[in-house]
Design a protein around this ligand. Structure first.
Ligand code: G3P
Ligand code: CA
Length: 300
């Protein structure tokens, strides 16, 4: 074998090795420090004496998710709640989880293709239990008007092609109700959080992280999101990992970087105990009563 061929093979081997190392790093290594910024401690939102116990989509084990009834049940316990928002076809910000209406309402089709005049006629309670029949899809305005300032509200912006429009509408609603310092805006989509940051930097931002198993994102997009490579865009104060993704090491690292850490969705008693012991800043749960009981039993 000539010297040239040998050198070419060595160079090729080195290149392949480097490519494999880069892929392994993207798969496993925590690369989030490439996007350094300064998360805020948010003392106005977090309690120094214990974790935030946040009712997921309201107290969704007790009442239909993302309805005023589910939010009332959480607020009656004095607990913060999380909700999901979309822009509907006529531009109102409406509160429901899915992109489509079928699962939790009497409507059909996509939320973003349905005008509010239609959405307001739908029943968002009967699917859960006939006792909740007639419960409407709330607007974000209605929820902020009713519960703003009473308990912390975590507003999750569902991803959309109309990012600037959704961010502007949500920030406008938060400002209208004087809640800039009293809400958390969260999203899986760092670009949506980037829009919120540029419009109103004072609002607390939470970056949601999941395995994205069911998502149709490309592999490299999932890896970038899991490794927080777009943190420079969202500049979050709170990292919000799915419970199956968070590890003790990662929690320690995130806390060391100054992030608040809120884990979701934690309902099983053993899991609740595990995350209370780990010292997370917040637990998002469909059964917040269980988390509250477990926390009360632990507290001295
Ligand atoms: O707050 C976290 C959680 O709500 C994110 O997932 O699908 O329940 O909106 P999802
Ligand atoms: Ca949500």
């Amino acid at each position: 074998m000539s010297r040239l061929v040998r050198r070419s093979l060595i160079a090729l081997g080195l290149l392949l090795g480097l490519a494999a190392a880069a892929l392994a790093a993207l798969q496993w290594a925590p690369l989030y420090h490439f996007a350094a910024h300064s998360p805020r401690a948010l003392p106005q939102l977090f309690d120094p004496d214990g974790p935030l116990i946040v009712a997921h989509r309201g107290w969704s084990a007790a009442a239909p998710e993302n309805t005023l009834k589910a939010f009332e049940r959480a607020a009656a316990l004095g607990l913060p709640f999380e909700l999901d928002v979309h822009l509907c076809a006529s531009g109102e910000v409406v509160v429901l989880h899915d992109e489509t209406l079928e699962r939790t309402t009497t409507g059909r089709g996509r939320v973003d293709e349905t005008p509010y005049d239609t959405l307001r006629t739908l029943d968002a309670g009967a699917w859960f239990d006939p006792a909740f029949a007639g419960e409407p899809i709330p607007t974000l305005d209605r929820v902020l008007e009713r519960f703003g300032g009473e308990v912390l509200i975590d507003i999750e912006l569902k991803t959309t092609d109309r990012k600037a429009e959704l961010a502007e509408a949500v920030v406008a609603a938060i400002r209208r109700h004087g809640l800039v310092d009293e809400v958390l805006v969260s999203s899986f989509d760092p670009f949506l959080l980037g829009h919120v940051r540029r419009i109103e930097p004072a609002i607390a931002r939470g970056q949601l992280v999941a395995t994205f198993e069911k998502s149709d994102l490309a592999w490299h997009e999932k890896r970038a999101l899991i490794n927080l490579l777009l943190n420079g865009e969202s500049q979050p104060d709170v990292i919000m990992p799915a419970a199956d993704l968070l590890t003790d090491d990662w929690l320690r690292w995130l806390k060391g970087q100054g992030y608040r850490v809120m884990v979701w969705t934690v309902d099983a008693p053993a899991e609740i105990d595990r995350w209370l012991a780990a010292g997370v800043d917040g637990i998002i749960s469909n059964t917040p009563d269980r988390v509250l009981d477990a926390w009360t039993r632990r507290a001295p």
